[in-house]
Design a protein around this ligand. Structure first.
Ligand code: PMP
Length: 406
């Protein structure tokens, strides 16, 4: 399927913003939604809306079938062994916190180590800082190379027999760095540690096979992969999920409740307390159908070409500073001369171009880059080279506009 045909499936892209055709370059923050996903959610609310796993009426069975059907689609999408290993959450943040609360707080103690990297999103830093404070464990960082990558040699030095958890992003939302998760997992396992992968920027863009990676946990968000907001996934190996405590207690997640004690449902429902995110899960199932129809390999190939094109074009702009390695995912983080990224973003917005400006929920990384903020253009399957050209034109206008100031 060509990109023009793909684009037409995203109604939001077909509009003018501030008098210009919209160029959406903020998919790392959240992706747009294709018609099939919007319709799946609408169909559910129009025809099938009901709670799941409760009543025995027809709507209840339809909703339950669709909700559990979506879980099976996720299982296949990431090649988990069993759908019991697929927990529906609110998103990556909730997924990582579930591991921090349900696993780390239960099993870590003083003297243990948690190893992360300085390129992590706040969602994969703060939960571990909190675990360290509560358990007395130590938080350690694998250092970054000047280009924003990590080396296996440094990983081998940082991960020790005291390490109990390695938590790492699959793809950096700022640098575009693609981390060698399979190799890091091997190192972690050799030392008896488990690995938690932040897949927020991984799963939407590349084929993820959790069995091949052999990772222990893999967290991702639906809204970055064409699904609605409010739905995400925590994949976990069954034995670890079994050992963990639930983190939310209430309806749906119990087996038997007595006056003073209760027992939990089996996996995955033990972690899904309360009425689950039914419409969101159904939307995620539709998003997975959509991505599969196009093919994750084709999506990755398209994005790689676009990233190369964007790098080449942006590098040619005088005063452009690009952060991160050469080999990268489909996003470019940059600063232009001394123009504040918020000003860059404001001028671009006037041209109908949406990019992200700020610290990208990665303040430690900003400190490492020695900046307070950056601009970021991020791409997805619906972006074209024309979008990159419009970005370049917009940036040249920005330079012109601020030319007198500097
Ligand atoms: N990790 C990374 C690398 C991200 O890019 C994001 C979203 N910006 C998150 C975690 C958090 O995702 P969510 O807000 O959907 O929980």
């Amino acid at each position: 399927m060509d990109t023009i045909a793909i684009r037409q499936m995203f109604p939001i892209l077909n509009q003018e913003v501030n008098g210009h055709p919209l160029v959406y370059l903020d998919s790392s923050a959240t992706s747009q939604k294709p018609v099939s996903v919007i319709e799946a959610v609408e169909r559910y609310y129009r025809q099938d809306n009901s709670n799941v796993h409760r009543g025995v009426h027809t709507l209840g069975s339809r909703a339950t079938d669709q909700y559990e059907g979506a879980r099976e689609k996720v299982r296949r999408f990431i090649n988990a062994k069993s759908s019991a290993e697929v927990i529906f959450t609110r998103g990556t943040t909730t997924s990582i916190n579930t591991v921090a609360y349900g696993y780390a707080r239960k099993f870590l103690q003083k003297g243990d180590e948690i190893v992360i990297t300085p390129m992590e999103h706040h969602s994969n830093i703060i939960p571990w800082q909190q675990v360290a404070k509560v358990t007395g464990a130590t938080l350690k960082y694998i250092p970054l190379q000047p280009d924003g990558t990590i080396t296996l040699e440094d990983a081998r030095k940082t991960i020790t027999t005291e390490t109990k958890i390695v938590a790492m992003t699959h793809v950096s939302n700022v640098l575009g760095t693609i981390n060698p998760i399979k190799e890091i997992t091997e190192i972690a396992h050799k030392h008896g540690a488990i690995i938690v992968v932040d897949g927020a920027q991984g799963a939407p863009h590349m084929q993820v096979d959790v069995q091949d990676l052999d990772c222990d946990f893999y967290a991702f968000s639906g809204h970055k992969m064409c699904a609605p907001t409010g739905i995400g996934v925590l994949y976990g190996k069954r034995n670890l999920l079994e050992e963990m405590d639930p983190v939310e207690f209430g309806g749906e997640m119990i087996d038997f409740v007595d006056l003073y004690d209760s027992t939990w449902k089996e996996l995955p429902w033990k972690f899904e307390g309360g009425t689950p995110i039914i419409a969101g899960a159904i939307g995620l199932g539709a998003a997975i159908d959509f991505l599969n129809e196009i093919g994750m390999e084709q999506i990755l190939e398209h994005e790689q070409k676009l990233a190369d094109y964007a790098m080449e074009k942006l590098q040619s702009i005088d005063g452009m500073k690009i952060y991160g390695p050469k080999k990268r995912a489909a996003l470019v983080t940059f600063n232009l001369d001394d123009v504040h990224p918020h000003d860059v973003s404001t001028v671009l917005d006037a041209e109908g171009i949406a990019i992200r400006a700020g610290h990208h929920c990665a303040q430690p990384l900003m400190k490492w880059l020695d900046v307070t903020a950056t601009a970021r253009a991020s791409f997805y399957l619906y972006n074209t080279e024309k979008d990159v050209d419009r970005l370049v034109e917009g940036l040249l206008k920005t330079k012109e506009y601020f030319g007198d100031v500097f």
